[in-house]
Write a protein that binds this ligand. Structure first.
Ligand code: ADP
Length: 155
């Protein structure tokens, strides 16, 4: 999911392109805003993991503007996408990753200023989380089956 910072910075196309370039197949996509209730459902364990200060900052950040949610399929897609997205704190994210290339922010400054880390993209952490999140964000009718050119072009 492209977070509000990615959308307002006009990076949507360039970020989505990276997933297509890696032969991941887009099977659903939408732009929407999320409210406090939906944010809680999406980040259901974040407060428990990071505490109320980080949770509230992140929840406010996620509601600052529209986001673009999309579902991709491919071999080992969850791990591949996480690798492409990079570490949570952009200063720790590898160059070449989305967060490493397009963001620069440290955990130290985020914590000191009480701001959420504006790190452009959310990506499911594992298969179970991916299944939960796809179900939360998308109705079955919003997901599509088709054969990509890469699949059709079977070496
Ligand atoms: P990730 O998005 O890399 O899976 P988490 O699920 O741990 O990371 O955190 C969710 C989001 O909350 C992060 O992407 C970031 O925007 C924000 N966040 C997490 N930890 C912090 C922190 N210590 N300070 C500010 N924002 C944070």
């Amino acid at each position: 999911m492209l977070k509000p910072d990615a959308v307002v910075r006009g990076l949507a196309g360039r970020i989505i392109q990276r997933f297509e370039d890696a032969s991941l197949k887009i099977v659903g996509m939408k732009m929407r805003e999320i409210d406090a209730d939906f944010t809680r459902k999406h980040y259901f364990d974040l407060e428990e993991r990071t505490g109320p200060v980080v949770y509230n900052a992140t929840a406010a950040f996620m509601q600052r503007g529209p986001v673009i949610a999309f579902v991709v399929e491919g071999e080992d897609a969850v791990a591949t996408v996480r690798k492409m997205v990079g570490s949570t704190y952009p200063n720790e994210a590898q160059p070449g990753s989305i967060r490493g290339d397009f963001a620069h922010q440290t955990k130290t400054v985020a914590v000191a200023t009480g701001k959420a880390v504006a790190n452009l993209v959310h990506a499911s952490g594992n298969r179970e989380e991916a299944e939960y999140e796809v179900g939360l964000w998308f109705d079955k009718t919003e997901l599509f089956e088709y054969r990509s050119q890469a699949e059709a072009f079977d070496w």
